[in-house]
Design a protein around this ligand. Sequence first.
Ligand SMILES: [Mn+2]
Length: 347
Amino acid sequence: MKMTFRWYGAGDPVKLDQIRQIPGMSGIVTAVYDVPVGEPWPQARIDDLRAQAQAHGLSMEVIESVPVHEHIKLGLPDRDRLIDNYAQTIVSLGKAGVRCICYNFMPVFDWLRSSLAEPLEDGSTCLAFHEEQVLAMDPAVSELSLPGWDESYTREELRALLRQYEDVDEAQLWDNLIYFLRGIGEACRQSGVRMAIHPDDPPWGIFGLPRIIRNMESLQMLVSRVDEPYNGVTFCAGSFGSDPNNDLYAMADFLAKRDRVPFVHARNVLHLGQRSFREAAHLSSCGSLDMYRLLKTLHDGGFDGYIRPDHGRMIWGETGRPGYGLYDRALGAAYLNGLWEAIVKAE
Ligand SMILES: [Mn+2]
């Protein structure tokens, strides 16, 4: 297992010299953020990022994310050119030593929450999802006020995009995903890069948009339709685990035993009913997920990939990017390292 930490680049309030001081930290998970979606990433920009990591004693073997252009998800005629560009980025990343790319295939919104700073009793804040509040924000019928997404599209752009998806059902979205995966297969094989799809977050349909990476059935479909080692999953515990109907451990076992987990997002959530949850501290006792059981299942299934603490709460008065402060994620990394050491030593 290699412990990693997400870093948003030079503008991130969390600095590389802080990340390197977290015990057991091997590398950063980052991205080139300012190349328009669909364009290939210049090799020089990738190499520069890696050099920054290495100057701080950190590796850069996981990229999160290389975004997939909406036209690929929609299956529009220009997708072949966009897939070629994506393949070019994969090859360039492989040259820079990247081994894993986290991506997602969620239409329009790549995650949704009703609050980015829900106050908790202990004075910290967390991200939360309350279904009734999210449904009340449906951009098709009400004023747009989605936390974290307000600046991503204008209201008109968003409505136009949502209209385009009216003709895309789950079966069509699946076909478009498989077409994409086959289109980048050669680049992945040639460059030794593994793709790790992030589950839908939350793992159910919202605003009528299709969502396809949600549960055990999705995972079985994914690995059977493109049965190759490069086609893997980012096992995001908090995303799959926010649906109480998902058997998280059976899903981890299924994928780990097939060597389809190059990357893990370890995060705990506290269920507040069927479709509402709060993001909790990483510790098992703070949420509804058993982090020991999850890591033990992955370990026993042969998992030997990258892991990172996922969203943390904001604690100790820290301000910054919601979910991505330094303190709670560093506590998460220390906890996960401790669990892993105990699991390995008990063998
Ligand atoms: Mn995640």
